[in-house]
Design a protein around this ligand. Structure first.
Ligand SMILES: NC(=O)c1ccc[n+]([C@@H]2O[C@H](COP(=O)([O-])OP(=O)(O)OC[C@H]3O[C@@H](n4cnc5c(N)ncnc54)[C@H](O)[C@@H]3O)[C@@H](O)[C@H]2O)c1
Length: 275
């Protein structure tokens, strides 16, 4: 119960890792504001938590700074404060971002190799990516985390106490594997964490990054199987991560047990990359 009397927000907590983070924080005693695009998904997570009546489910698109400000203020007012924020909401695709062309080219190249011939198909995404596709992924993954940090810092500054902010990056930031908008956004989160950590340390607000490796969630299930298999083979511990394993790292950084850690990146990736 390391988070008793703490109020937390987890974005994108209607499924996947965000749901596991919310569950773990609640199991440690926190009351949690669960934000997701659809309120019913957020509510489904709340129903799984201990003492569901103590938590709050809200619809919130993290790419919209006004929506973030309103949702954070609502959690703060309703649950009675804010101490921990996990900026988890993320996406690997956006409209017209070349994903369809990329997957088609990957399948073609795979077939060329399977037929024993040379692989002559280029695997391009950037060639096909429209501005809106780039903006959509940056808007959720990077802007969304910044809006979340900013809203939290404003509330914590007003309350005059510290807190713990955790940005969910990815091992893609280290490896470069994945769509270029996704990789860029996840690498940028490490810079955001480091800059903010120095800026708000005097207020007692700590800011850290968790960088999961490939983890078994609905997001992964949208990726072609051959890509997942090759990712899995490259993991020294020999398997995908589980959401609860990443949640253990998040709970540590949320709690006072990590009281002298700020600006860091904690990798949870089965040994694939070190930082
Ligand atoms: N699964 C992996 O292998 C993996 C690896 C490294 C990092 N990550 C990162 O971990 C985080 C969680 O990933 P996941 O695998 O659980 O994904 P997921 O797709 O299973 O869940 C993401 C959740 O975020 C929500 N969401 C998406 N856009 C949103 C928005 N604009 N506003 C509010 N909510 C939004 C979705 O509705 C969904 O509930 C993401 O930031 C992802 O990039 C995932």
């Amino acid at each position: 119960m390391r988070l008793q009397h703490k109020i937390a927000i987890v974005t994108g907590a209607g499924r996947g890792m965000g749901r596991a983070f919310a569950l773990r924080l609640a199991e440690e005693g926190a009351r949690v504001g669960i934000l997701d695009l659809r309120e019913e998904d957020a509510a489904a997570t709340v129903a799984l938590l201990p003492n569901p009546e103590q938590h709050l489910a809200l619809a919130c698109n993290v790419a919209d700074s006004a929506a973030i400000n309103a949702a954070f203020a609502h959690v703060h007012a309703t649950l009675g404060g804010l101490h921990v924020v996990v900026n988890n909401a993320g996406t690997g695709t956006g409209p017209n971002d070349g994903t369809a062309e990329l997957y088609a080219a990957m399948a073609k190249r795979h077939a060329e190799l399977a037929a024993g011939g040379p692989a002559v198909t280029f695997v391009d995404q950037t060639l096909h990516m429209q501005d809106e596709g780039w903006r959509a992924v940056m808007g959720v993954n990077l802007d969304g985390a910044f809006w979340g940090c900013r809203a939290a810092i404003r509330l914590m500054a007003q309350d005059g106490h510290g807190g713990s902010l955790i940005n969910i990056s990815s091992s893609s930031a280290q490896s470069g594997e994945g769509p270029v908008h996704y990789v860029t956004s996840k690498a940028a989160l490490i810079g955001l964490t480091r800059g903010l950590a120095r800026e708000v340390a005097a207020r007692g607000i700590r800011v850290n990054t968790v960088a999961p490796g490939p983890t078994d969630t609905p997001l992964m299930r949208g990726i072609p199987q051959e890509w997942i298999s090759s990712l899995e083979k490259a993991i020294p511990l020999g398997r995908l991560g589980r959401p609860d394993e990443v949640a253990a790292a998040v709970a540590f950084l949320a709690s006072d047990e990590s009281s002298f850690i700020t600006g860091s990146t904690l990798t949870v990736n089965g040994g694939s990359y070190f930082l």
